[in-house]
Design a protein around this ligand. Sequence first.
Ligand code: FES
Ligand code: FES
Length: 179
Amino acid sequence: MKRFVALKVNGEEYDIDIEPNRLLLHALREDVGLTGTKEGCSIGVCGACSVIVDGKLVSSCLTLALACQGKEITTIEGLAKDGRLHPLQQAFLEYGGFQCGVCTPGQIMAAKALLDANPNPTEEEVKEWMSGNLCRCTGYYKILEAVMAAAHNKISSDFQVKHERKTAKIQSLNVYKDS
Ligand code: FES
Ligand code: FES
């Protein structure tokens, strides 16, 4: 039998009817409509589904949505503010910390949880913390570089501006069109 649950995600409240065994991962993606959180292994091993619940990093594929009622859930969609990327998102772009991007939301959420608790981690601490997030593409070094760059504020201040200009240029060339 379905149960009513109010989920607070990225500061917005979503009232949804779900089965009691509905996983947070599926509630976020299919009921709330936030598909940034990815499903990889479905058994708590790969970290692709990582989100932050009441300040703690959790695997949403192992978490019941009902158990998150009344808690603050943060997903990758909640990081950019006022049209500006979070420093970790900027660092992943600038340092090439991704290729296919499937693991990236989970990597960034894991890194955010680390930097929230420990703003000045060593490389070893980053490696150990991020060891629960698997990537099939990058070989991890770029991810490590990106997290260290975000932690030590080594992101070009004009990176976002350059990125916006590049996007505007591509749009003006009609390389792709908004549908
Ligand atoms: S999908 Fe949750 S840890 Fe892999
Ligand atoms: S960027 Fe492809 S799996 Fe990590």
